[in-house]
Design a protein around this ligand. Structure first.
Ligand code: PLP
Length: 372
């Protein structure tokens, strides 16, 4: 292997369903930074070590790239010439980019009027055929399953088991960075593929089979080498208006401004419950206001700009820290799933507008003096 980092399939190929002749489609995704919070812990309570795995620094700006490199690689290996997905935005951005890389076609179904501008611009730039449906994500998910079963289209939503195989590598990276698994891992839950993938990764790293794996039916081929001594407790956060795991029932009209988790019928329902139960974890919910406060706090106090669906991780953590759910001295890893630039409208709406001033030294010095 060359010294240069060449993406997560090349790095973890012995733990992934590829062979030496598999044509790897990669944009060198993965290898994202694990950033320890310096300023927030004192403010949000507890003597804990809190670290953020910033997935917004993947090639298309979200963790979806981890799953898409595997899904598109396997699609191309099987001879597919076109992929399709339903998306709240980030899956379509990743699908479009990896399809472009592979030289195949991509079709993406997005919900009517509820997609962040950055994400839409990505799918359009990479040349996907973008179909805006008069329905929500769950409608789109149902439709792409129907279409891919009757047309020559490879489905790349997280119901595709290769997606979770790629996404599980986040756990390997966290373990490498910390030397072992953390005590807790907290993350947003929408379609619930990512929490399931985290659990698969942590389980395989600890040499244990788990109920979140939809690839091998609990007969996992990737249990060695064992690289961690334990598995973390998994904690999943949902927006109050789109919280099927809190209601213990599907939600027909999900609502939240965190559009990436505006999902009422999660495809990985059973797999995510397995992750919660086997890890002795829990789910909790946050309101849109709590999400925005956390997004702003993280940006202003730590210099990390993530999108609203990612910030729910910090909002939920703040709530659960207040409720004393973490023993003192815990190591807590938070997945920040996507970059804040994905959704500039929300960022601008909740921030102070630029100060309009004459192009004169004194006028500008006046404003600065008041702020110093
Ligand atoms: C897709 C996505 C989620 C939700 O992940 P699931 O696997 O659907 O639970 C959360 N945040 C962002 C930014 C996403 O793109």
């Amino acid at each position: 292997m060359s010294k240069h980092y060449e993406g997560l399939i090349n790095k973890y190929r012995t733990r992934l369903p590829v062979t030496a002749s598999t044509p790897v489609v990669t944009l060198n995704e993965g290898n994202t930074p694990l950033i320890e919070l310096m300023n927030l812990p004192a403010q949000i309570g507890g003597n804990h070590r809190i670290l953020c795995k910033f997935e917004g620094l993947n090639p298309t700006g979200s963790f979806k790239d981890r799953g898409m490199t595997m899904a598109v690689t396997k699609a191309v290996e099987s001879g597919a010439k076109a992929i399709i997905c339903a998306s709240t935005g980030n899956t379509s951005a990743a699908a479009a980019a990896y399809a472009a890389r592979a030289g195949i076609k991509s079709f993406v179904l997005i919900p009517d009027g509820k997609i962040a501008l950055g994400k839409l611009s990505q799918a359009m730039m990479h040349g996907a055929t973008v179909l805006q449906i008069k329905g929500n994500f769950d409608d789109g998910m149902r439709l792409v399953q129907e279409l891919s079963s009757s047309m020559p289209l490879n489905l790349v939503n997280s119901i595709n088991p290769y997606r979770l195989q790629g996404q599980k590598t986040i756990a390997f990276e966290v373990i490498e960075a910390l030397g072992d698994a953390p005590d807790f891992h907290v993350l947003p839950v929408g379609n619930a593929g990512n929490i399931s993938a985290h659990w698969i990764g942590y389980s395989e790293a600890a040499g244990v089979t788990c109920g979140s794996c939809n690839h091998c039916g609990g007969n996992c081929a990737y249990l060695s080498p064992k690289v961690s001594s334990k598995r973390p407790v998994m904690v999943g956060y949902q927006a109050s208006g789109a919280a099927p795991f809190l209601r213990n029932a599907m939600v027909d009209s999900p609502e939240t401004l965190a559009t990436a988790i505006r999902i009422g019928h999660p495809v990985s329902w059973k797999l995510a419950w397995a992750a919660q139960k086997e890890s002795n974890g829990w789910f909790n919910e946050c309101t849109d206001d709590e999400i925005l406060v956390a997004q702003k706090l993280l940006a202003e106090r730590e210099g990390i700009f993530c999108e609203p669906a990612s910030a729910i991780t910090i909002a939920g953590l703040m709530k659960d820290l207040k409720a004393d759910k973490f023993p003192t001295g815990s190591t807590i890893v938070c997945t920040l799933t996507g970059h804040g630039l994905k959704d500039p409208d929300i960022a601008i709406k909740q921030s102070a507008a630029p100060i309009v001033v004459q192009a004169e030294r004194d006028a500008i010095a006046d404003v600065i003096a008041k702020k110093l």
